[in-house]
Design a protein. Structure first.
Length: 312
């Protein structure tokens, strides 16, 4: 039942279909005899966070430089004005540096993936994820990669939405969130995780993605929805491959021209804008892939789900 335009939109029930059809958005990377493995890091996302942090840093740097230049041109600035200038420059510069370093840190030495396995035979959910720790002191330390095992019966799913407003338009960001309760008798939430975050743009898609998980776990549904295929994504091996995935360059130019001709033309018209953006995103993407750390499921989990089925 829909409740609001933001916050908790819907609380799903495991014995009630969430949508008329089920989809996976090609998020399933492996299938096992009685389990499916979803990828946690969506392709195309690497480098974007670092670029956003870099962009914010540049904006603040130009703003602070303009403020300092303005104060230097004044002949007789008051002590109060000078104090406020020093205050704003210090505060905002500190924020910009911290925000940029945090974004860079989130990209570098990131796990190759943060996968999730839904195991219907043992009624378990397995996760590998990196724990992001806040604060300056934790910024330069290694963030731990952890693996957890949850009881499916203690997991509830919800559709959340947040509202973004930029002054002229209002949009909603939709998220499928799984909440983990402490025990059957204690409803305290001890953990949470998302699925397909960044790809679920509407209410229909959120419910449809959850419906596949629900049907697989509760009704012995198919491993992959009809019409969907397993993800065959391979990480780019070189900087040029990373660049090719951020814009219409290299071999992807033919695909862009064939599938989005007008968008490609606009990209070349605004070349002075699109090329620097694609270059920096490609650079940060390459740095993220180059420093990515390999992951492996524990022997306990591999024994529980068995070997993955060969991909056709």
């Amino acid at each position: 039942m829909k409740e609001s335009i933001f916050g908790i939109i819907e609380v799903y029930k495991k014995n009630v279909p969430a949508a008329p059809a089920a989809i996976s958005f090609n998020l399933i990377k492996n299938e096992f005899a009685e389990a499916i493995e979803y990828k946690g890091i969506i392709e195309g996302n690497r480098g974007v966070v670092a670029f956003f942090g870099f962009l914010i840093f540049i904006v603040f740097a130009f703003a602070m430089a303009h403020l300092i230049s303005y104060e230097r041109q004044r002949k007789y600035p008051s002590l109060f004005d000078l104090s406020m200038t020093v205050f704003f420059v210090t505060v905002f510069s500190t924020f910009a540096v911290y925000f940029f370093l945090k974004c860079i840190r989130m990209e570098l030495f990131r796990p190759e993936d943060e996968p999730i396995i839904f195991d219907r035979k043992n009624r378990k959910v397995y996760r590998i994820f990196r724990e992001i720790e806040p604060g300056w002191r934790r910024l330069l330390k290694k963030w731990p990669v952890k693996a957890t095992i949850h009881d499916w019966n203690l997991i509830d799913a919800e559709h959340h939405a947040t509202v973004n407003a930029d002054g002229s338009t209002i949009s909603r960001i939709h998220t499928l969130i799984f909440l983990v309760r402490k025990s059957r008798t204690d409803s305290t939430i001890v953990d949470s995780f998302t699925l397909g975050n960044g790809m679920l743009h509407g209410e229909v898609t959120v419910s449809a993605v959850y419906e596949h998980v629900r049907k697989f776990m509760e009704e012995n549904g198919p491993h992959v929805p009809t019409g969907d295929v397993l993800s065959d994504y391979k990480k780019p091996a070189t900087f040029l491959e990373c660049m090719a995935r951020t814009g219409p360059y290299g071999e992807t130019l033919k695909q862009w021209w064939r599938n989005a001709k007008y968008l490609t033309i606009l990209g070349f018209i605004f070349f002075l804008i699109t090329f620097p953006i694609a270059t920096f995103v490609g650079l940060f993407s390459w740095l993220s892939y180059s420093t990515a750390t390999p992951i492996e499921w524990s022997s306990e989990i591999r024994a529980a789900v068995g070997p993955p089925a060969p991909k056709l």
